[in-house]
Design a protein around this ligand. Structure first.
Ligand SMILES: Nc1ncnc2c1ncn2[C@@H]1O[C@H](COP(=O)(O)OP(=O)(O)O)[C@@H](O)[C@H]1O
Ligand SMILES: [Mg+2]
Length: 266
């Protein structure tokens, strides 16, 4: 992560004449959003760009709504929000616009609003062709190696550092089956905390047929295991309600609680 962060920061701070499009691509759950947050938090980036603006896209994004969101962020008045008005609102500024989780290059058309004055648009995406379509300077978000995978998994699986229930060899095999994806390592790791059914989980992981699946389906299949083979049915029903909220929506506890209550789950 640190190496990728350094590279992206240097691409963003590079010559103003270089492409205004910079991006990172990689599998779902590989850590792209976390990287983008770290980029925004980086002191060099904060010192160089003002404003730093963030928009979350996602597969079913309404791009016009994102234009409105951007207009609000830069306090642009008026009803007629367009590329031109947004561009005028940012004129003379060296800004960084982060577009997180872009799925289609056509979605970028309405947000091509920064000047070629050293301002940058930083994109995270699962689809490399989104970056290629703009000639973006791109970096791949790689998977975690064996050692980093183990470190991340252990933090979540053994929060009390009690390893007594399981041998190192079994933990290593479970970690290997997580495929170097931080999201999967966290989900499976947390599921394993305090449990004793390691051999059962390992056998389930070994049963998965991932070979014929593309990268995206492999991630989903691994996460699905964290859901259906590993969670009790009652918790699964509670869990399903998260799907009723939009991506990156800050779900309020009472909002969720009311949904559960309506279904007689609490
Ligand atoms: N290198 C890492 N170390 C620890 N946790 C990580 C790392 N990369 C990602 N994560 C965590 O894994 C989860 C998925 O990461 P996220 O950035 O949302 O992935 P993506 O945006 O690529 O789908 C998040 O909970 C994130 O905090
Ligand atoms: Mg993301």
């Amino acid at each position: 992560m640190e190496e990728t962060l350094e590279r992206v920061v240097s691409d963003l701070l590079g010559s103003p004449a270089s492409s205004k499009w910079v991006g990172v691509h990689g599998a779902g759950g590989a850590g792209k959003t976390l990287l983008a947050k770290k980029v925004c938090d980086n002191d060099q980036v904060k010192g160089c760009f003002d404003p730093v603006l963030w928009l979350t896209f996602g597969q079913s994004v309404q791009v016009e709504a994102k234009q409105d969101e951007l207009a609000k962020k830069i306090r642009l008045e008026g009803d007629q929000i367009s590329n031109e008005t947004l561009g005028r609102g940012l004129v003379g500024k060296r800004c960084l616009l982060v577009l997180d989780d872009v799925w289609k290059s056509i979605h970028l058309d309405l947000l091509d609003v920064v000047q070629e004055n050293g301002s940058k648009i930083f994109i995270t995406t699962r689809k490399r062709d989104v970056l290629d379509s703009r000639g973006a300077i791109k970096t791949e978000m790689g998977l975690l190696g064996k050692e980093d995978s183990m470190k991340l998994f252990v933090v979540h699986a053994f929060p009390n550092q009690n390893h007594a229930q399981v041998t190192k060899a079994v933990v290593e095999q479970v970690v290997e089956k997580c495929g170097g994806l931080p999201l999967v390592l966290k989900v499976i790791g947390r599921r394993m905390a305090g449990t004793q059914d390691w051999d059962y989980v390992l056998s389930k992981l070994k049963d998965q047929r991932l070979i014929a699946l593309d990268e995206e389906q492999q991630v989903l299949e691994r996460l699905k295991l964290g859901y259906d083979a590993l969670l009790p049915l009652r918790i699964q029903q509670h869990f399903l309600f998260f799907a009723a909220f939009p991506e990156d929506y800050p779900i309020g506890f009472w909002e969720l609680f009311r949904c559960w209550k309506g279904e007689g789950l609490v």
